[in-house]
Design a protein around this ligand. Structure first.
Ligand code: XMP
Length: 513
């Protein structure tokens, strides 16, 4: 098994960021619930433990507390913010309510203590703080490793027991040298190697898939998105012809999407691909439906029906593969003030029903999205697939306001292709989170030549975002806007007006629905 570092999650919004930073140091990390028993942690045999931050106060009655036996495991521990305060609580230090909340940038001055956490770093660092309580007395056996203007104990260490505490957040980008601090913890203090790479992961995952599947057959629902594509390529590498992919055309795909998937997976990768064109069925079910939630439900339920029938046609299989990722697996901590707890996807189209009686195989369930992209590249998938922008499961149906008809789908497809083409040729497509066209069901008057026209409006949406939870609209150069407008109006029949959506999320959402 991999060398790994365990992160105990006390409800910080940055817990997953800590896990990713560690993995960027080529060390495997996992996130566990804050009160995981020390005996269970010890079975995993981690090389180190990180106590995450969190919104609570260690002295609050409702504070999430770890099993105190973790301090007897003899494993290096790093406490971050709330984690540092926990160390103080358990190891004889003292934490008090700060006069004021310390939030934002601070300047850290490192003491000449040879603290391994700061090895190779300059003596002054910019750091990011976000805490109310603060340490006022060192825990037994600790000394100060660094201070800030507001704190005598911004970093503390007990070299002998290998316990360290940071009042600031090394994991966030606002602590520019934070990654080096985390690297020092995992490499110099926990003595982990650099073994967690996607190249190594491929071999390990292939072995696991073969072991799990044996001689049985696997079915996978391919959507053309990053996760299912990478899962397909990986499983195919492991078990070849035992895998059958099912690709359902729900009639609300982008232009050329179905052909691209058939070509890449069927022809290039030579994966057994079952293509089910259910366009007519989906559009029939969507007829006269204008309510966005109803549209989503219809698409979700119809998909399940079509998929279920297709699996029967594809032959008997024991396993169903899914591209579930690590953030979907991590149990979020229901602590007030923890947005991570609220993120759970209200979007999901609805899982494939349990009654289908498949065993699940989820080869990406320990990976973050950026790792899935690296894995896809490692497996030879092209950049257009691996780096593609998110596309909602209910497809163009959420980008056509009002009723979805085949005429409107065609118009939106054509407009959308122009947006994607222009964003790519202007080197913007891979730099931003999403860029797409939306069809508004409002018709307005225009003139073309000598004729009056009465046609639809296209809105252009381009947003920057880290995770889709919040987003800023992109200030596209006028030149690009001009080209988009001219091309869409000239080339897309049925459109005579183009506008740009300049709303951020919140209060708007990314998709219009
Ligand atoms: P909103 O519109 O809620 O979208 O701001 C946030 C992100 O989620 C994507 N999205 C979906 N993804 N199935 C998905 O897999 C869906 O039904 C769905 N709806 C929205 C959206 O594109 C954006 O990236």
């Amino acid at each position: 098994m991999n060398e790994q570092v365990v992160i105990l999650d006390f409800g910080s919004q940055y817990t997953q960021v800590i896990a990713r930073r560690i993995r960027e140091c080529k060390v495997y990390s996992i996130i566990l619930h804050y009160n995981t028993p020390a005996s269970e942690i010890s079975k995993i045999n981690p090389k180190g433990i990180i106590l995450s931050g969190g919104p609570s106060s260690v002295y609050s009655r409702k504070a999430p507390l770890p099993d105190k036996e973790i301090f007897k495991l003899g494993i290096p521990i790093l406490g971050i913010c709330f984690g540092l305060q926990l160390m103080a609580k358990y190891l004889n230090g003292k934490v008090e309510k700060g006069q004021k909340r310390e939030y934002g940038k601070g300047l850290l001055t490192i003491k000449k203590s040879n603290c391994l956490l700061f090895a190779g770093l300059p003596s002054k660092l910019q750091v990011w703080n976000s805490h109310g309580d603060k340490l006022t007395k060192l825990p037994t056996g600790f000394k100060t490793a660094a201070i800030t203007e507001n704190s005598k104990f911004a970093a503390i260490e007990n070299n002998k027991s290998k316990y360290y505490g940071l009042q600031f957040h090394p994991e966030v980008v606002h602590t520019p040298k934070g990654k080096k601090i985390i690297s020092n913890f995992v490499h110099k203090i926990c003595k982990c190697g650099r073994k967690w790479t996607m190249r190594n992961y491929v071999d390990q995952a292939i072995e696991e898939i073969r072991e799990q599947v044996g001689k049985e057959k696997v079915i996978l629902g391919l959507s053309g998105g990053v996760d299912s594509s990478v899962a397909a390529a990986l499983i195919h590498k492991a078990i070849g012809k035992q895998l059958t992919c099912i690709f359902v055309n729900n009639g609300v795909l982008r232009a050329k999407e179905a052909d691209a998937v058939k070509k890449l997976f069927g022809k290039t990768f030579k994966i057994k691909l079952h293509y089910e064109d259910a366009t007519a069925l989906f559009l029939r079910k969507l007829r006269n439906v204008t309510d966005p939630e109803t549209k989503r439900k219809i698409i979700g339920n119809t998909f399940i029906d079509v998929f279920q029938k297709a699996t029967r046609k594809a032959g008997k299989a024991k396993f169903l593969a899914q591209g579930t990722l690590y953030p979907d697996v991590i149990e979020s901590i229901p602590i007030a003030g923890n947005p991570a707890a609220l993120i759970k996807s209200h979007h999901n189209v609805g899982g494939l029903p349990e009654k289908m009686n498949f065993k699940l195989i989820e080869p990406l369930r320990c990976l973050f999205k950026d790792e899935v992209r690296q894995l896809g590249t490692e497996l030879g998938l092209p950049k257009e697939v691996v780096m593609r922008q998110p596309f909602p499961g209910p497809g163009l149906a959420v980008r056509i306001l009002g009723e979805v008809t085949s005429e409107r789908c065609e118009i939106l497809r054509n407009a959308d292709s122009i947006v994607v083409e222009e964003m790519k040729s202007n080197n913007l497509y891979y730099k931003i989170w999403q860029s797409f066209a939306v069809l508004l069901p409002v018709k307005s008057v225009g003139v073309m030549g000598d004729e009056r026209t009465y046609e639809y409006t296209i809105a252009i949406r381009a947003v920057e975002s880290k995770d889709g939870m919040t987003a800023d609209w992109v200030k596209l150069p006028y030149k690009i806007l001009e080209t988009l407008s001219t091309r869409i109006i000239n080339e897309v029949k049925g459109v005579n007006r183009v506008c740009m959506d300049i709303s951020s999320k919140p209060p708007a959402t990314i998709e219009w629905e």
